[in-house]
Ligand binder design. Sequence first.
Ligand SMILES: [Zn+2]
Length: 291
Amino acid sequence: MEKVAPAELERRVSVQEIPGKGKGLVANSHIRKGDVILKETPVLLGFVDGVQGIRRQLNPLLLKTAVRGLPKRQQNRIDDLAVTTGGEYYEDVLRTNSFTIEIDNTKFSALFPDIARINHDCTPNTFTRYSQSTLQMEVVAHRAIQQGEEITITYIPQSLSTGDRKALISQRGFNCTCRLCSSDIDGQTSDRNRADIRSILDEIRDHRDSLTPSLIRKLSQRLLQILNDESLQIQGGEYYSLFADLYLSVGAAEDARDMAWKALESRVFYNGADSERAKKARDMMKRVGAF
Ligand SMILES: [Zn+2]
């Protein structure tokens, strides 16, 4: 891999040419799980639902004016990003590279030019954590990353089956060549595991009124093991909360507290301490009597 540009980024990563993928970010040194690799504030925000009173056709002009109002260095970073869909240039840049974020209950597409450099993988080695109070997006290591390894995030929900992932990825104008998508055996194993998660959730729904602490324990152990095997720990918070609720409904207070605590831990790590999800997990802690 040839180094193509001095990093605008922190020293942890540099922009490099990745075979078959264009440019991407590569770790300059060993990165530990949980380390914040990048932290960035958006340089451009677009209303997801348009602006009341402004005609849709004016959008490209507004975007262009906004970009031209930025310092030259920022403009160059935006002009250097990938486009995939065609149509108005800066709308394409936003469609291809932006994240949807929420500020005061309004949705925006937000452009983070450094983070936009990170390529997709269906089992990524990092995740993003957005803070509504600072407007910053962090890229955090989901596992240890070796020096020279490419930094990856997922552009689509992570729990999908191979077929659903492929459909969504092709809409974004590329093919995924990650381990899950390029190995039939890995893909089939993963699809089976993900189907098992759905059947565990069905089982819970169908037996909601006859659950016992020991059945909840059995189901939770199976489900959490699959999350681990599939590197889907990012969804842990959702399921820990579900099991906390289930334990609470059968009067198993100690197990409920244990799950509620794990839910909070997971939400703070994956979604951020000031996130709506962490707030809900704190409410759950109160409900189970842990606060
Ligand atoms: Zn893939």
